[in-house]
Design a protein around this ligand. Structure first.
Ligand code: FE
Ligand code: FE
Ligand code: ZN
Length: 293
């Protein structure tokens, strides 16, 4: 079967798809609702460890008959992992857990593993960034052979979370030994809560120009498309359905039509029920924003 180029599937648009019933079921589910890109957890996101992924299950995912309908499949790392601290029990667990997730991604043929950089838990931003950098270097050194890239996600800056300011992401990228092994994910709800006013006139254009200046758009490989329930600069991470939150639809219309973002997978992480009807509706809305020429 001749495989399609991802560009035949543009826009690469989809959502975070549940893996209930196994990873392969997520492909059926994602393609079933019209995704051309999707994000999954490679294990339970609220647990440190999981049983090894049987090779037959991984092969079933890699060689799934509908896999070619997805131009991009990315993974999101578990929520317990924190690379912002050292010398604690959870530090070692975080490294082992993330290491395990990197290996699972490799097994599944997934090239991007989205990760929240971590929390400094009160030690201060500089100390926290230093820990993240050392931990990333350690993971890279442990796994010189892996193709999967850790994809640092911009955060809302809740509590002591690292990565709300683009400068913090840039600092990590410039300090690690092998920055080519890192990528970046921008989450619109997080950016807004962190104080980037995507809702202002030309707010999206300004935000992405600033991102380009500080981090570089060439590092951006995943976009999380979420409206924000919480206010600009609130540093509170609450996703909302598109058009229901504080960002409003103009920013999302701009993002869908920005040539510099055209090739980047766009993933919804907005509230939804079991049947994923809200995702279907949001994708329809976003595809409707595309300018016909
Ligand atoms: Fe995230
Ligand atoms: Fe996100
Ligand atoms: Zn979030």
């Amino acid at each position: 079967m001749p495989s399609k180029k991802p560009s035949d599937l543009f826009p690469l648009l989809g959502s975070h798809v549940p893996t209930v019933g196994g990873v392969s079921a997520a492909i059926d589910r994602g393609v079933g609702i019209g995704c051309t890109a999707m994000q999954i957890f490679v294990k339970n996101n609220m647990q440190w460890f999981a049983k090894p992924l049987p090779e037959a299950e991984a092969k079933g995912f890699r060689e799934h008959p509908l896999r070619g309908k997805l131009g991009a499949v990315v993974a999101h790392a578990g929520y317990l992992i924190n690379l912002g601290v050292e010398g604690t029990d959870n530090h070692e667990k975080s490294l082992r857990s993330l290491s395990d997730e990197m290996l699972r991604c490799e097994q599944l043929g997934i090239r991007s593993l989205v990760l929240h950089p971590g929390s400094h838990l009160g030690a201060g931003m500089e100390a926290g960034i230093g820990c993240v950098v050392r931990n990333l270097d350690r993971l890279h050194a442990e796994h010189p052979e892996l193709k999967v890239r850790i994809t640092l996600e911009t955060t809302a800056g809740q509590g002591a979370c690292i990565g709300a300011r683009f400068e913090e992401i840039a600092e990590i990228l410039s300090a690690v030994k092998d920055p080519r092994r890192l990528e970046v994910c921008l989450d619109t709800a997080h950016a807004y809560a962190a104080g980037y006013d995507l809702a202002a006139p030309k707010g999206a254009a300004k935000t992405f120009a600033e991102f380009d200046r500080i981090v570089g758009l060439k590092r951006l490989t995943v976009l999380h498309i979420n409206d924000s329930k919480s206010a600009l600069g609130s540093r509170v991470d609450r996703h909302d359905n598109l058009g229901k939150g504080k960002i409003g639809l103009d920013a999302f219309r701009w993002i869908m039509n920005a040539p510099e973002l055209a090739a980047i997978p766009k993933i919804l992480e907005t509230p939804k029920g079991k049947d994923l009807a809200e995702d279907v509706e949001a994708m329809k809305l976003l595809r409707g924003f595309l300018k016909k020429d």
